[in-house]
Write a protein that binds this ligand. Structure first.
Ligand SMILES: Cc1cc2nc3c(=O)[nH]c(=O)nc-3n(C[C@H](O)[C@H](O)[C@H](O)COP(=O)(O)O)c2cc1C
Length: 235
């Protein structure tokens, strides 16, 4: 365990051993990686998520690429099927709810969720919004009680690798136009996912120098965070 901690803390550019499991290893998460860029493997947010995973102790990664082909918009039939108890489903309702079932099962099986999220038009990609529409399911991922809504996906860590062309961090002139982080915090929190850490990769459209500097900052933040994760697990 000590060797693993030292590796992760002393050289952040060296990946920790994530492929094998030993009883002494700290918090080896099952990770769900979700990415949603139109640029596929050339995506900045996905590249940063892969950098994050090189340093984050994990046992397994289930990866889901959200594209218009794999992640359709919600429609009325699907929404109705999602709200109908499974034991009352017709065969067409069972088929309509199948994707929602699968996406929720992926979240339930994960200890850590890693979201690679580009900013598109001040918010998130529509495919990621469609994913949220499919996993926000009354009675499964949230419920209403006399105290109001309660999220049911508890006890999981979420890391969001958020890429943007501009700069929206606190104090920046465009900070009020950031609907990416506040929206995701609200939507994930509604489902019970409240342990959410953002790592921003900003200013990517502001020239190569700014982009490189900000990439360095994001990698340094990953190094700091992953060092903390391993240290906490050892405590
Ligand atoms: C359709 C589209 C819309 C975009 N809208 C914004 C925006 O509103 N604000 C911004 O700062 N950057 C915007 N960008 C720039 C992206 O955030 C930037 O290219 C980022 O690297 C995208 O992450 P990705 O490479 O993971 O897709 C936009 C890019 C695209 C393709």
């Amino acid at each position: 365990m000590f060797r693993l901690i030292r590796e992760a803390r002393s050289d952040h550019l060296c990946s920790v051993n994530t492929s094998t499991h030993h009883d002494t290893e700290p918090v080896m998460s099952n990770v769900l990686l979700i990415h949603s860029s139109v640029f596929g493997e050339n995506s900045q947010s996905l590249g940063l998520a892969r950098d994050f995973l090189k340093r984050y102790p994990h046992r397994s990664v289930v990866e889901r690429a959200l594209t218009p082909e794999t992640m359709p918009h919600l429609d009325g039939a699907t929404f109705a099927a999602m709200g109908t108890p499974a034991n009352e489903h017709t065969s067409s309702q069972r088929a309509a709810a199948a994707l929602s079932d699968e996406l929720i099962a992926e979240i339930e099986a994960a200890d850590t969720i890693v979201l690679a999220v580009p900013m598109y038009n001040f918010s998130i990609p529509s495919t990621l919004k469609a994913w949220i529409d499919h996993v926000a399911r009354r009675g499964r991922t949230f419920r209403y009680s006399e105290n109001g809504p309660e999220g049911l996906l508890k006890g999981k860590k979420v890391f969001v690798l958020a890429a943007r062309g501009g700069v929206y961090s606190k104090g920046a002139p465009a900070a009020a136009f950031d609907f990416q982080e506040p929206y995701l915090r609200a939507a994930l929190g509604f489902l019970g996912l409240t342990d959410v850490t953002f790592i921003h990769l900003e200013g990517l459209a502001m020239g190569p120098e700014a982009a490189n500097t900000n990439r360095g900052k994001a990698l340094a933040e990953i190094g700091r965070l992953t060092g903390d994760v391993v240290a906490t697990a050892a405590a």
